[in-house]
Design a protein around this ligand. Structure first.
Ligand SMILES: C[S@@+](CC[C@H](N)C(=O)[O-])C[C@H]1O[C@@H](n2cnc3c(N)ncnc32)[C@H](O)[C@@H]1O
Length: 299
């Protein structure tokens, strides 16, 4: 059984390339450790990990806290919940886990004031009603309970697609570089490229200050937000891995975009132009993550 979430988490993000998979896992582990530092879990507590995917946040929390930690692992994706359950069995922690299929903004089945912490890692980005989800997190937390979220920011990628479009639109058709036109076709297939589409999309219609405001509107106190922007050597080292992976679950791969939207001559020209850039040892990538922690009032 597979859906778009399992297809991306288990294959599409690393193109089934073992070196990329390993490098990506190291990056994700860093994000997860940061989220768990913010959750401040202790023995005997209950965690709700929303949009659990493979269950990595919950399993790491169990490694850190031990056998007395209980966790709800929730997700909209049945294939991912089945995958997480199988992983829990392999790790010998099935007895600590409860699995729940539900959207982030309707955690039906989890009682009011029953959890000590709620975590998400790259989940709210895909939720249209982020304040609604944060209200649900607030509902299930006991007084004094904490949220710790780590979410990617894709707004700048969309702004880049919009900027390329603006350059194309401001030149007569013959004056535009053919490479720029193909770059735009690629980027616009993965990110919205107009102001209206950027603000309407759940993945690009928010910035770090919006996340803070949504959490305040949901009733959280003692908010702390960190925006981490890291540039460094790209972990995607080969053209094949680059074209067969995609930057988020809703984005088609470049390979698919090229086969559906490029002519054979355009594909050949684009690869000739871009492969050396992607495979250059000096290729860099930029990562934008927001970490937010906050607390529910004590009384
Ligand atoms: C990028 S993955 C992150 C998975 C996991 N949190 C991690 O850190 O590895 C996004 C996850 O959110 C889930 N998801 C997507 N939309 C959701 C929603 N509206 N409510 C709850 N989960 C959702 C997907 O099924 C997927 O497992």
């Amino acid at each position: 059984m597979s859906d778009l979430w399992s297809q991306w988490l288990l294959h599409g993000r690393h193109a089934d390339d073992p070196r990329l998979q390993e490098a990506m896992r190291a990056v994700v582990d860093r994000y997860i450790d940061r989220v768990l530092e913010g959750a401040q879990l202790t023995a005997g507590q209950t965690l709700v990990d929303v949009g659990t995917g493979e269950g990595l946040v919950a399993f790491r929390a169990m490694e850190r806290v031990g056998h007395s930690l209980r966790a709800w692992l929730t997700d909209v994706s049945e294939p991912m919940l089945q995958h997480a359950r199988a992983q829990a069995e392999v790790r010998g922690v099935l007895g600590q886990c409860s699995f729940l299929r539900c959207p982030a903004d309707r955690l039906e089945g989890i009682g009011d004031a029953s959890a000590d912490a709620v975590t998400t890692r790259s989940v709210l980005a895909y939720v249209a009603d982020k304040t609604g989800a944060l209200r649900e997190f607030h509902r299930v937390l006991r007084p004094g309970g904490r949220i710790s979220l780590g979410e990617p920011l894709f707004q700048d990628d969309a702004v880049e697609a919009k900027a390329i479009k603006a350059v194309i639109d401001s030149h007569p058709a013959q004056g535009v570089s053919p490479l720029l036109i193909l770059l735009h076709r690629w980027k616009a297939a993965q990110f919205p490229d107009s102001a209206d589409k950027i603000s309407a999309s759940p993945i690009t219609g928010y910035g770090e200050r919006d996340l803070l405001r949504f959490a305040q509107e949901a009733g959280f106190l003692e908010l702390h937000l960190e925006l981490h922007i890291d540039t460094g050597p790209s972990i995607v080292r080969t053209w094949d891995a680059f074209i067969h992976s995609s930057p988020h679950p809703l984005a088609p791969t470049l390979s698919r975009i090229m086969s559906e939207q490029f002519t054979a001559a355009e594909r050949e020209y684009f690869e000739r132009s871009m492969r050396p850039v992607i495979e250059s040892p000096s290729a860099v990538s930029t990562d934008r993550m927001v970490y937010l922690t906050a607390r529910k009032a004590l009384a």
